[in-house]
Design a protein around this ligand. Structure first.
Ligand SMILES: [Mg+2]
Length: 354
């Protein structure tokens, strides 16, 4: 397998970060997103101030409040998190189409074939971090490595708001010093068993032959043998079909009125059309839509069945969308929903015309 460049991107305390962004009163004090203690809720995410008290994800809210009596627990707003996740993915897609989401706030990107920055994954990761911070006002950490398991460890290495790179030449030494408990797939039980066998680092694990590891751990022994040497050939899966294509821009200064929004439409449509042209023939552009995010982060999306993809249609949509808020605008997006012709084709094969 040729050398790959994998980036693992992971938002820092994602749900909590979105809540602090949307309500600055929450920032600078211990807070968490989760269920209420009275209802036996659990903590989904907490900020770093709360972590200083020992509060952690998946902990019961009741216990979290014992550790940190001042902890403020707010209810999750998943629609806001999904929306932020969509925005982050639209940034990812500028660099590669090979994206494998692990959750709303975590994804692997394979940028081996990316043309950006002369193929420098490190610079792509820095750029992604910068753009997410600038457009979404939250921070992400990233790890760059030749495979998934190392990229994921790397993104955790300088958290929060950090970047850590493991170049192919550094893999050997990095993995040697790595505690086995950090290997992908090693849970509590396996870690305990490894400790009993006197294995704590990957360097020690390398003393064991493939056969001996298979004897102790079954088929996972084979995997352990590879991981101890920094080998992980899992590919970045990207099997989700796209629902839409869009471009959006966050403006350095808010656009004060409809006229200034309309003035930005032609350039947005131009880049949208470039994107549409680059798509393969298995998609057909369908309904146009616009997205408007106002300065207070409220937003609206409006689409219109049967409308064309010309400037006039988008002007009308934008006019209506703007009227829903009537406030200064920080972000404008234009796009089209897609018809998946591949799906249609497969369905025809499943249900042949009578
Ligand atoms: Mg995260």
């Amino acid at each position: 397998m040729s050398l790959r460049k994998i980036i693992h991107v992971d938002c820092d305390c994602f749900y909590a970060a979105i809540e602090m962004r949307d309500d600055p009163r929450l920032a600078g004090r211990p807070m968490a997103v989760g269920g209420s203690a009275e209802r036996r809720g659990v903590i989904a995410t907490c900020n770093y101030e709360a972590r200083a008290y020992g509060v952690r994800s998946a902990m019961s809210s009741r216990h979290a409040l014992k550790l940190c009596p001042d902890l403020l627990i707010v209810k999750p707003r998943f629609e806001a998190y999904r929306e932020a996740s969509r925005e982050i993915h639209s940034i990812f897609r500028e660099y590669t189409d090979l994206i494998e989401p692990l959750s709303l706030d975590e994804a692997y990107l394979d940028v081996s074939d990316s043309q950006w920055y002369a193929g420098s994954a490190t610079r792509i990761a820095e750029d992604i971090r910068r753009r997410v911070a600038r457009t979404l006002h939250i921070t992400v950490s990233a790890g760059v490595a030749p495979n998934k398991f190392l990229a994921k460890i790397a993104s955790d290495w300088r958290k929060p708001n950090g970047l850590f790179v493991i170049t192919p030449g550094e893999v050997e030494a990095f993995v040697a010093a790595l505690p086995v408990a950090r290997l992908h797939g090693v849970g509590k039980v396996t870690a305990e068993k490894l400790t009993r066998l006197g294995i704590e680092t990957c360097l020690q694990l390398r003393d064991w032959s493939r056969l001996a590891l298979v004897r102790e751990f079954g088929s996972f022994g084979e995997r352990l043998w590879g991981l101890a040497r920094g080998i992980d050939e899992r590919v970045v899966h990207n099997d989700s079909r796209r629902q839409s294509v869009s471009v959006e821009n966050t403006y350095d200064t808010d656009l004060p009125d409809l006229a200034s929004c309309l003035a930005r439409l032609p350039e947005l449509l131009e880049s949208l059309n470039t994107r549409i042209e680059r798509m393969d023939a298995s998609y057909r552009p369908d309904k146009p839509f616009v997205k408007v995010k106002f300065h207070d982060f409220t937003q609206t999306t409006l689409e219109q069945a049967g409308a064309g993809r010309d400037l006039d249609s988008y002007r009308q949509l934008l006019g209506q969308a703007f009227a829903r808020g009537g406030k200064p605008v920080r972000l404008l997006g234009v796009g089209v929903r897609l018809r998946d012709l591949r799906g249609a084709h497969e369905q025809m094969e499943l249900f042949p015309p009578q």
